[in-house]
Structures are given as C-alpha cells and as structure tokens.
Design a protein around this ligand. Structure first.
Ligand SMILES: Nc1ncnc2c1ncn2[C@@H]1O[C@H](COP(=O)(O)OP(=O)(O)OP(=O)(O)O)[C@@H](O)[C@H]1O
Ligand SMILES: [Mg+2]
Length: 286
C-alpha cells in the first residue's frame, strides 16, 4: 500500500477534527479497512461514499471510538482515541453526535426520552428546558408532537428522524451521520439534508456523512471521500469530482462498479494532499 502523503483537508480552520493514520480493521480473515489515512479539518462537511460493504459504517464507528482498529492511530477533536479505555472516552463521546445506520433507539424510552438522552447524560437542564429543546428538534425533523410515542410505534424513516434529533440535540462539535436519509421518501430526504445544512451553518460543527444517496449528498457536502478496497481512493472538493482520475470512482458514480471484484490499484495521485473545500461565506458586516 502506498505510504505517500496523507489525504489532508485544509479549511478555514486548520485544526484537525479527525485524524486517522494508517487505520486497519479486519474481522477474522476479512480485511475491511486496509490502510485508511484521513485528516478532516474542523468545520468541514465531508461526504463518505463507496460501494455496499466498503466499510463506511465501520469507519464512522472507528472515528466515534466504538471500534478499536487493529493498527494505526485515531485522533478526534484533538484527543488520541487509540488505546483508550471505555471510561476514558466518556468526555470525548459527549462532544460527538452519531446517527447509526440502524438508528438504535432505546425501546424502553419514549421519543422524548430518546431525544433528550444526550442532554440528560450531561445534566444541567431543567425538565422545562429539556422539553423545549426536544420539541424544537422534533419540529426540525418533521415529527412535532411525537414526544409520547414509543419507538415500536414508528416507521423506519421516523426512527431515523428521531435518531437525527437525538444525535444533534446537544450541538456536538463532531457529527457522524450514517445514511441519514435511508428509507425516507425524496421530499423528506431533501428536508433532512436541508436541516443538516442549516444546523451545520449554525454550529460550525464538523460533519461526516456516509450516504448511498450520492446525488443528494453532493448537493450538501464540501468534500467527498471515496472508500473502496479498504482505502480512501479519492478525497477532494465536490466541484472537482467530475475531473477525478480514479477509474473506479468514475465507475462507482456511473453505477457500474462491481464491488465484488478486486479493486484496481489506486492511481498515484488519487488523493490530493491538500484538497480545499469552498471558502465559507463571508461574515455579514455589522
Ligand atoms: N462486527 C462485525 N463483525 C464482522 N464483520 C463486520 C462487522 N462489522 C462490519 N463487518 C463487515 O465489514 C464490512 C463493512 O461493513 P460496513 O457496514 O461498514 O459497510 P458499509 O460500507 O457501511 O455498507 P452499506 O453501504 O451496506 O451500509 C462488511 O463486509 C461487514 O460484514
Ligand atoms: Mg453502512
């Protein structure tokens, strides 16, 4: 595997929100991530794409500290995650919001209880404040008034939206969204991407979104990372995607990539060392 320069994203801030160095994860003989190196500057919106079973969900779990890599290092929000015990990761986890591909709601809590959970963990909010924040998030995801419902009473798409409300309610600095629009109709999907967009503009959080809804994703993120064959084969601004030279990426975007076939070697400059997302809009002057 190449030991060339690591893919790097420069942004308005040059502080790394996420820094993976040569991360490898295998399950038995199945090497899923071979050598993933990725640096995501704070405030970037990164879209993670790749064929089914490429390891997108796994990569998000590695970043969240939920799956320890077999090799390589992981630093998140300026802290080393690798080698840390579960208890040591608690404070860092409170700064990260994650939506799982299967939203994994707590069956024993109502919708309100699920959404409020990250804030309750932290403490410091009165019941009235919690109720108001939960109501705002539920409105934002199009589920106003659903507080008293139970997860078992929700459709898959509704669970997904409750998961988004839960992941974002504490305004975390790093948000990891795994397939936020899977199972949603096109209109609701659009609304969800609009919500993620508005939230990110309001908070300046770093956002990593894995999505198979590539067309919608491209309209929402600054930078695309293409994961295939256990490595990030391409990393660069959305605007440069059409000019990307990796033939496997071109096949993936065209819908003709056979994910079961062994990937061809990545082209030598598939991952530009300094991909720069579009500059953020200028602050309005007072
Ligand atoms: N805990 C686990 N034990 C064994 N294999 C696993 C585990 N987690 C993931 N895998 C395997 O790792 C590979 C990548 O899975 P992952 O869910 O990350 O793919 P993905 O890119 O998110 O796919 P999809 O587009 O279908 O969501 C799969 O082959 C999967 O079976
Ligand atoms: Mg997945």
């Amino acid at each position: 595997m190449s030991s060339g320069p690591q893919p790097t994203l420069a942004a308005a801030s040059d502080v790394a929100a996420v820094e993976l160095t040569r991360v490898a994860v295998a399950f038995g003989a199945h090497q899923v991530l071979t050598e993933v190196s990725l640096r995501v500057a704070a405030g970037v919106r990164l879209g993670l794409i790749g064929p089914a079973a490429a390891g997108k969900s796994l990569l998000l779990k590695v970043i969240a500290g939920l799956c320890a890599p077999d090799a390589g290092t992981v630093a998140v929000l300026g802290q080393e995650v690798t080698g840390k015990r579960e208890a040591e990761l608690g404070p860092l986890r409170q700064r990260i919001g994650m939506l799982f591909q299967n939203p994994a709601l707590f069956d024993f809590l109502t919708v309100a209880g699920n959404v409020a959970f990250p804030l309750e963990q932290r403490g410091g909010h009165s019941p009235e404040q919690l109720a108001a924040l939960v109501a705002e998030r539920l409105r934002a995801v199009g589920l106003a008034g659903s507080e008293a419902r139970w997860p078992a009473q929700l459709s898959g798409g509704m669970k997904k939206r409750v998961g988004i409300a839960r992941a974002s309610i504490a305004r975390p600095e790093l948000l990891l969204y795994d397939e936020p629009t899977a199972g949603l109709d096109p209109v609701t999907s659009r609304k969800i991407f609009d919500l993620l967009d508005a939230d990110q503009r309001a908070t300046g959080a770093t956002l990593i979104t894995a999505s198979s809804d590539v067309v919608a994703l491209l309209g929402f993120v600054d930078v695309i990372a293409f994961l295939h064959g256990g490595v990030i084969r391409h990393l660069g601004p959305v605007a440069e995607l059409a000019a990307a030279t990796d033939p496997e990426l071109a096949r993936f975007l065209a819908g003709t990539l056979d994910a079961a076939a062994p990937p061809h070697a990545a082209p030598p400059h598939a991952a530009p060392p300094h991909a720069t997302p579009p500059a953020p809009p200028a602050e309005p002057s007072a």
